[in-house]
Design a protein around this ligand. Structure first.
Ligand SMILES: Nc1ncnc2c1ncn2[C@@H]1O[C@H](COP(=O)(O)OP(=O)(O)OP(=O)(O)O)[C@@H](O)[C@H]1O
Ligand SMILES: [Mg+2]
Length: 144
């Protein structure tokens, strides 16, 4: 029964909203803390969900961030409304970024978000077209 979805937390992420940016991932982190999930797993999920959320704010036309909780794993999922990623291999390359100058002035655009999301995941899935990008990242929970 370990692959049964226990609960889904969902957050609407608006494009270019730098005031709300990070609230979804911060709420996920606090929820997992209150559940007593181990600190290193929470840290990985916090990095993954934050980078995923910020990418929706900066690069997409808006979308959803989901945190799906299972008995033995957590999936962080984003689905956005475009414009999509033309070359996924390139986007996953460390240091590659299309962030504008004004976004770089806010401290983003190192081109490390997607590489780090992949690095901290146990499973990484991405699909993209001009209609939007779908990312599903799995982090396995430790046996207690
Ligand atoms: N949801 C998305 N929709 C469209 N393009 C995206 C999306 N996420 C990432 N990208 C593209 O992939 C590139 C690399 O993303 P990545 O998160 O690694 O770097 P970044 O967001 O530019 O900088 P950083 O995450 O270090 O602040 C982006 O610059 C952008 O071109
Ligand atoms: Mg990024």
């Amino acid at each position: 029964m370990t692959d049964k979805l226990l609960i889904r937390y969902s957050y609407n992420i608006a494009a270019n909203d730098f005031i709300a940016a990070g609230k979804g991932s911060s709420s996920i982190k606090n929820t997992l803390k209150s559940m007593g999930i181990d600190a290193s797993t929470i840290r990985r999920i916090a990095i993954i969900s934050y980078e995923a959320e910020i990418n929706l704010v900066i690069h997409s036309y808006g979308g959803m961030l989901h945190c799906d909780l299972y008995e033995n794993k957590i999936d962080i999922i984003t689905e956005d409304k475009g414009p999509g990623i033309e070359n996924i291999d390139l986007a996953l390359t460390e240091g590659y970024s299309t962030a504008t100058e004004s976004v770089r002035e806010l401290g983003f655009g190192a081109g490390m978000g997607l590489p780090n999301m992949k690095k901290y995941s146990d499973d990484f899935d991405i699909a993209s077209s001009r209609e939007g990008t779908f990312i599903k990242i799995t982090v396995l929970l430790q046996e207690v």
